[in-house]
Design a protein around this ligand. Structure first.
Ligand code: SAM
Length: 294
């Protein structure tokens, strides 16, 4: 496979684009491992982000009912059509994943030929320069996916899996825990790619929660509270939350809420569990309502 990727790039005179985060996966074990992690069946539609020259796409197309592959680099689109000509179940869209109306684009592919609905799975060897915005878009979009399997930078996988208390725990960890159950599938070294990235990589699977782990009165406000707490990591919670004017709570109110919810005002945001963030956000919601802010 390594020879395939190298010779395809050479033959077609394609220079991998740094700006588009192009590190093509060459290792069969890693490609098969990603496809296996998604546990694909003919009842699944896969959204693949960044098919590149189609190495992973062909593995996905073998097992899924249909693959919708979104690639930003227009140079690669005719190549993908050529290389994947044997797979009639692959649909290529030339677009920026961050600008696409995913629900609208995927709708025509969510029914099998017999009329039954298909399940959606997302699979990607992600371009590392936009990992977090892509994952946040997919999580917040209400796409109704069953699971997502991503190759990400190892450090990002650690942040996604992090529990309260450590330096890796942040807004991304809370979002992942709110929307999904994450699990690490495997680590992938740089020599499995062409060109070699300067970092180690990890394949992570996110199983989307059918019911969120906490009840929220206002999801946007919850994520604003999380953002405020982590935005000023070195500050105590009382200061970080009252400095965030967009929350609409002054220091006195913040101290009162922290007292009511049993959270120590000297604590830092990075020590709070998702349940404590929910308690705080729900209480701030009530306070804003009482003061006529919403
Ligand atoms: N899937 C291929 C593989 O495993 O070898 C390529 C993976 S490479 C790490 C990332 C791919 O994402 C590249 O093909 C790149 O052009 C594409 N890409 C980068 N930014 C994108 C964006 N905003 N929307 C869609 N695709 C993008």
């Amino acid at each position: 496979m390594e020879a395939d990727v190298r010779s395809i790039l050479k033959k077609l005179n394609i220079r991998p684009s740094k700006a588009f985060g192009q590190n093509f996966l060459t290792d069969r074990w890693a490609l098969q491992g990603i496809a296996d992690a998604a546990e694909l069946t003919s009842n699944d539609t896969v959204l693949e982000i960044g098919p590149g020259i189609g190495s992973l796409t062909s593995y996905l197309a073998e097992d899924a009912g249909c693959v919708v592959a979104v690639e930003i680099d227009k140079r690669l689109v005719p190549i993908l059509h050529d290389l994947l000509i044997g797979y009639r179940n692959v649909h290529i869209i030339n677009a920026d994943i961050l600008r696409l109306d995913l629900k609208k684009e995927l709708a025509p592919f969510m029914t099998s030929p017999d009329g039954s609905p298909r399940s959606l799975k997302v699979v990607a060897n992600l371009p590392y320069y936009i990992t977090t915005p892509v994952i946040m878009k997919l999580l917040e979009n209400g796409l109704d996916a069953e699971c997502m399997v991503f190759m990400v930078q190892k450090e990002v996988a650690e942040r996604m899996m992090a529990k309260p208390g450590g330096k890796d725990y942040g807004a991304l960890s809370v979002a992942v825990a709110y929307y999904t159950k994450p699990s690490v599938i495997m680590n992938v070294p740089p020599d499995c790619f062409i060109p070699r990235p300067g970092v180690d990589s990890t394949v992570i699977r996110l199983d989307l929660n059918k019911t969120p782990p906490v009840e929220l009165k206002d999801r946007d406000l919850f994520f604003k509270v999380v953002k405020a707490a982590f935005g000023q990591r070195r500050k105590t919670l009382a200061n970080a939350l009252s400095n965030a004017v967009y929350l609409g709570a002054n220091k006195e109110q913040v101290l009162k809420i922290l007292g009511e919810t049993g959270i120590d005002e000297m604590q830092r945001g990075e020590t709070l569990s998702i349940q404590q963030f929910a308690l705080l956000a729900n209480r701030i919601y009530e306070l804003r309502k009482e003061s006529g802010i919403q």
